[in-house]
Design a protein around this ligand. Structure first.
Ligand code: UD1
Length: 426
């Protein structure tokens, strides 16, 4: 977690049902690896409809520091990436500490230049988040790894060589890093126990459109035939399932009626199933998902798991919902070991939550009340916004830099649904 210097706050006057239509932006977690993957091409790529997010700026700065020419149009939502001349192998601490996903440049650097020196990653403080699986996989592809001075130095002077790789855990980042590295390795790579997230499928769609030969994305076995070089391609990234899920929860908690345009039901099955269990009405069609809620919610249990299980990135928001759901809900976090930082903040708003190791037991209360709370990480921040929208009175949310990492135009979108929310600099 980096230092928060800003005094900006969100001020939410809660208790108003959200109503109307909202459109989700492109998925942050697909955009980041895809921007890293633009480094693999010797000709320019264009990415369309990019979301306005701090994490997108960060990854653009990281790859620009490696020599990629990044040219945005005036609206910033279409960017060209020209990686024809990479000029550096080093991603410095100053940039990588802001965002763990910066480590995704290691695969492309190894593939293109046979060398990478990257600061150990930072990002949200939601667990120890090691990178051992990434490094073990790069070693399997023939790279040598050295650690020192807070940096990882990886080298494969004669190029990477395809291999059979078994991931001990289906890590999203490790799967992406290896897919990118192996796409230009000599010979065949098979990744077993690969992550199956939709964002991996989108990355592979983009890589294949650049000329890569990758099959099996979206299953737990990915097969990659390495190719000599990749060409730039134009790509529009998939919708953000976590942003969509966050607005569905906010609608449910406020007793609202919201149609979330561009939300793909296919990607949101566990979230929709759990919302239905809480008693809200959910209608799904090809263009989006509608939630109709009378504000009376019932308790439900969740357990976070790798895709297609319930996403850890929706755990905090769902917990916020259960704080006002009738009965006792159990929230079990299995993906990250320290992802309950929102609990103390939700308690300040009147929530009744007890932690037992990786389990949070939530006793639903009738109403939350406004309070001053901190967005301790990205999704914790989203959960507090949902809670503030449903609470009685004024909620002030601080440490907004976390929320800015992953929510495009949060205030504007919520205002469009009738929320009483402003951003102020005190
Ligand atoms: C990605 C998402 C993040 C999401 C997470 C899990 C992006 C940019 N971020 O993060 O929003 O919460 O997936 O869905 O896509 N692990 C190891 N060793 C490793 C790598 C991971 O032990 O080398 C552990 C982590 O500590 C964690 C678990 O595996 O406990 C899952 O991490 P991983 O799937 O790698 O998450 P990220 O790719 O960092």
């Amino acid at each position: 977690m980096w230092e928060e210097k800003s005094l900006e706050k969100l001020i939410i006057n809660g208790g108003k049902p959200l109503e109307g239509r909202i459109r989700v932006s492109s998925a942050k977690n697909a955009v980041l690896p895809i921007i890293a993957a633009t480094m693999l091409a010797s000709t320019p790529s264009r990415l369309l409809e990019l979301p306005q997010l701090e994490d997108v700026h960060t990854i653009c700065n990281v790859i620009a520091s490696l020599g990629v020419k990044v040219t945005a149009d005036e609206t910033n939502d279409e960017i060209q990436f020209d990686a024809s001349h990479l000029t550096s192998i080093e991603a410095p601490y100053d940039l990588v500490r802001r965002m763990r996903a910066s480590f995704l440049v290691m695969g492309p650097l190894l593939a293109r230049l046979g060398e990478a020196r990257i600061s150990l990653p930072g990002g949200c403080a939601i667990g120890s988040r090691p990178i051992d699986l990434h490094l073990k996989a790069f070693e399997a592809l023939g790279a040598t790894i050295e650690m020192g001075d807070g940096y990882v130095y990886a080298k494969a002077p004669n190029g990477l060589i395809g291999n059979q790789i078994y991931l001990d855990f289906p890590s999203v980042g490790a799967t992406e890093n290896v897919v990118m590295a192996a796409s230009m390795a000599k010979g065949k790579t098979v990744i077993e126990n690969a992550a199956e997230e939709p964002e991996i499928v989108d990355l592979v769609t983009y890589l294949n459109s650049m000329g890569a030969n990758i099959r099996g994305a979206g299953t737990n076995i990915i097969r990659i035939e390495g190719v000599d070089h990749l060409e730039g391609a134009t790509h529009t990234v998939i919708p953000d399932r976590i942003e969509a899920g966050t607005y569905l929860i906010a609608a449910a908690m406020t007793g609202g009626d919201v149609y979330v345009e561009n939300a793909l039901s296919e990607h949101l099955k566990p979230v929709v199933a759990k919302l239905k269990e809480t008693g809200v009405k959910v209608e799904e069609d090809v263009d989006g998902i509608r939630v109709i809620s009378d504000g009376h919610l019932k308790a439900a249990d969740i357990k976070t798991l790798p895709y297609p299980g319930f996403p850890t990135d929706m755990q905090a928001q769902f917990m916020a919902l259960t704080t006002i759901a009738e009965g006792t809900s159990t929230i079990m976090e299995t993906v990250f070991e320290n992802r309950f930082m929102h609990v103390d903040e939700l308690r300040k708003m009147g929530a009744s939550i007890r932690i037992e190791e990786r389990r949070a037991i939530v006793e639903g209360v009738k109403k939350l009340h406004g309070a001053e709370v901190r967005a301790t990480d990205l999704r914790a921040g989203a959960a507090l916004v949902c809670a503030g929208l449903a609470a009685e009175g004024i909620t002030k949310v601080t440490q907004l830099s976390h929320i800015d990492r992953g929510y495009d135009n949060l205030v504007g979108k919520l205002k469009g649904l009738g929320a009483d929310i402003v951003r102020v600099d005190e």
